[in-house]
Design a protein around this ligand. Sequence first.
Ligand code: ZN
Length: 246
Amino acid sequence: MSLREKLKALEELQQIDLEMNAVRADAGGLPARRAELEARVSEAQKAYEAEKARLEDNERERRQVESLLAMERDKVKKWEGRLGEIKTPREYAALSREIDIAKKTNETQGELLKTLAAAAGTIRTALDQKAEELSEREMATQSDREALEKQEADLAKKLADLEARRGDAATRVDATLLSRYENIRRRRAGIAVSPVVGSTCTGCNRNIPPQLSIVLQRVDSVETCPSCNRIIYSAAAVNPPAPSPA
Ligand SMILES: [Zn+2]
């Protein structure tokens, strides 16, 4: 294989590597977006759970007040029954006062029950709303999640295609040149090979010595830019412009 072809393959390899970097950068943002989607649902889920807990607290409190109230009402009934059996006016007055106090307390507890029942209605309305918001959020997230999964699959496919193309391009470069390419790529922000246009290295935008320009025209040795150390080649010599159609 001629050096010209190797340099072309190297240039192709670099294009592929740059594309792969871009694809990986795109893919790198996806886990954060996925987490954001999950957070949106869990936020609505938490709001729903909180409302449900409020309703449960309300129901528990109502049951307690109801059973206490039932007991207290029974007690008042028993006391009222006992009034007829009382012999002394003093005892009668005392029990009557106890009954009045108990009735007042029961009235207050009855009011509390009404307040709790009203609150339960409000909480139920809120709970329904939270349930609706949660299911809306889940539905909206579902489509976002599907879009995200499609994007993940697309990027994975792109990466697989690029890897196949890279493997193919790499077979057209010998091992020594390939390892040089990899070394420079690591040190030079991903760009290891630069065409020289005119007498300027496009990797660093500096001019190369005239003598090196002449060497590059021959395309029979691998040269590096004296300024940026990237592998350089003459764009005109390696990729001569296609003859314009007559
Ligand atoms: Zn350079």
